[in-house]
Design a protein around this ligand. Structure first.
Ligand code: GLY
Length: 610
């Protein structure tokens, strides 16, 4: 189809959408699966993913990705490689890779699961609907999620960030030791590795240890990032000593204290972190600086194996991270958009962007009002994902006009470069999507003295006062109020997509705070609906809407025509800085190897083949 005919088709569809939103909402999915972008074969498109005959690692920093690829070569599976990459990122990408933060991991491995035989599933029956195991059987393999989100310390209270006049003390919520949740990363990574990995933990951690001990040349990105964070880091003596003055690009950064901490973990597993000298140093720093984490908080912390959420989009099974992760909101948006003829209206056209923004707003309303830690808050997951409910949301989209947040709420109620996502495919088709964070870049900027790692400020992901905006502008509700032991709501959304017959296909995810969910959404729409190859799907310009604030954020690259049409429908637009870093991998058919695409927005090098 020529550009002109495509434009005409888009306009016709825009009129159609305007004339009868319900008609478009019910347009057969078939009509939508004639992707305008498919005129070019994948190999002819502007961006090229990296190919590997075997496995591949896509991450935000090349030395860490190479660490994971090396573990694949050494016989490790996707879990070993993901864990190796994550520990290496704690060394080479200190703004987001971490030991003092938390995250989520989603995995699929072929064949029978090794977890029960390793004592990882005590008292559960085999997985599948109705079983009480967290594992799900799909496409001849096993899928499971690992929840290693931080928890609120036992001494936390719902009002701990409020001033006497009831307003939120943003500095206390983000830059003090009170902002730190009990770290989950070490528990989560070691749990995943013990239950699903193939190699010994010490082998998997060896590259990270080497990078910390011998040092690595500072990249331009790290040097710039440390320069930008210097005011934050300068406020803490241990961070100052470690990172300031910011080393210039190419200077070797050695981190002997971090190496000693990694060595303890490699030798003792999670107990090397949650007990002994590391725990003692963390608790002592808390006690000295007014923080709340005590030995009992560290001893009580558990990473969890949980069942992934399963949905379907255009015939493809999609696995997402259940609350407190972002998978439910992602599956809601996909479900609302399913019947829209987005391929025909076209990538980046106003007629495509409008229903996307409205669907995002509807799903974020539910997120704000209803979601929290499922261990402490009842969440009607089945109802929120039911076709009937998603259909009722879809019918609320006016094809002609933007619906204001007030109207959306009346009808029914975050971060930037600070998180990091990695995806791995191994040569057997095993997939891992892993997102981890300190919340802000460098968390609260406070390093545990003598241990060489930074602390998160994830407590700001709770609603400090229901309805007030957090750092990402999210106005969350009572369901996400602070409570002891509770995990704050997160947007992190590691995601796995399968071929219609259940075989593994894509692993993706992203940093970006509240923009994570919509970034992942667009990678999926670009690949599944618009026919872009993996690299193009990751690189294409992104938009974002989250109900509040009432606006669409657009990266550079959207046409003035689309912008004008959106404004005419009542949308407020903002040109936004780059959103997300959706490092993604894809398994090719019939032993054809794998593809990887690190996001050109943030990664300084492409994916690393095995
Ligand atoms: N720290 C941001 C998030 O988890 O959504």
């Amino acid at each position: 189809m020529s550009a002109r005919r495509r434009q005409a088709a888009a306009l016709t569809l825009l009129l159609l959408v305007g004339a009868s939103p319900a008609a478009v909402a019910q347009a057969p999915a078939q009509a939508a699966s004639t992707p305008a972008g498919n005129e070019l074969q994948e190999g002819e498109q502007r961006f090229r993913p990296v190919w590997s005959a075997r496995g591949i690692v896509a991450a935000q920093e090349p030395l860490a990705a190479a660490a994971g690829a090396g573990i694949l070569r050494a016989g490790g599976n996707a879990v070993d490689a993901a864990v190796a990459t994550a520990f290496a990122l704690a060394v080479t990408l200190p703004q987001a890779g971490n030991l003092g933060g938390g995250g989520f991991l989603l995995l699929w491995l072929p064949g029978p699961s090794p977890a029960a035989a390793r004592g990882c599933l005590p008292g559960t029956r085999p997985g599948g609907p109705g079983g009480d195991s967290p594992e799900r059987r799909l496409g001849g393999g096993t899928a499971v999620a690992v929840n290693f989100r931080e928890t609120a310390p036992q001494a936390a209270t719902p009002t701990m960030f409020l001033r006497a006049d009831g307003t939120v003390d943003r500095a206390r919520a983000t830059r003090s030791l009170l902002s730190t949740g009990v770290p989950g990363s070490v528990a989560g990574l070691t749990l995943a590795q013990r239950c699903y990995g193939r190699l010994p933990l010490a082998r998997v951690m060896a590259p990270a240890l080497r990078l910390a001990e011998a040092g690595f040349p500072v990249s331009r990105e790290l040097s710039d990032s440390l320069t930008a964070a210097a005011p934050l880091l300068a406020a803490d003596p241990a961070s100052r000593q470690l990172f300031l003055p910011p080393p210039p690009p190419g200077r070797l950064l050695r981190q002997p204290a971090l190496a000693a901490t990694l060595r303890r973990i490699a030798a003792r597993g999670e107990r090397g972190f949650y007990e002994g000298p590391v725990a003692d140093a963390l608790v002592a720093r808390m006690a000295r600086g007014g923080g709340l984490i005590r030995p009992r908080d560290l001893r009580a912390y558990r990473a969890r194996l949980v069942a992934p959420l399963q949905g379907r989009f255009r015939g493809h099974p999609v696995l997402g991270m259940p609350p407190p992760g972002g998978g439910l909101t992602l599956l809601q948006i996909l479900g609302i958009l399913e019947p829209f003829a987005l391929a025909a209206t076209g990538l980046n056209a106003a007629a495509t962007l409008h229903p996307m923004a409205e669907a995002m707003n509807l799903a974020y309303r539910d997120r704000n009002a209803l979601l929290g830690d499922p261990d402490q808050v009842a969440i009607p997951v089945d109802r929120l994902l039911s076709p009937a409910y998603l259909g009722s949301l879809r019918r609320r989209i006016d094809g002609r006009r933007h619906t204001s947040p007030q109207q959306v709420e009346a009808a029914a109620a975050a971060e930037g470069t600070n998180t990091t996502h990695l995806s791995v495919a191994d040569r057997q088709g095993g997939l891992v999507a892993l997102t981890t964070t300190l919340n802000f870049a460098y968390g609260n900027g406070i390093t545990v003295p003598g241990m060489g790692f930074l602390l998160n400020n994830e407590m700001d992901d709770f609603s400090a006062r229901p309805g007030s905006a957090n750092a990402f502008g999210l106005r969350q509700g009572q369901a996400n109020a602070i409570a002891p032991g509770r995990r704050p709501l997160s947007s992190m959304a590691p995601t796995l997509v399968f071929r219609p017959d259940g075989r593994p296909w894509i692993a993706t995810g992203s940093p970006g705070g509240s923009r994570i969910i919509t970034t992942v959404l667009q990678v999926l729409l670009n690949r599944l609906v618009h026919g872009l190859n993996l690299a193009g799907a990751v690189a294409a310009p992104r938009m974002h809407s989250q109900l509040w604030p009432d606006r669409i954020d657009l990266e550079e690259g959207f046409s003035p025509d689309s912008r004008r049409l959106l404004e005419a429908m009542g949308h407020t637009l903002r040109t936004a800085p780059a959103m997300g870093a959706a490092n993604s991998v894809e398994v090719l058919e019939a032993g054809g190897g794998s593809l990887g695409a690190s996001d050109p927005r943030r990664a300084e090098a492409p994916a690393v083949p095995e």
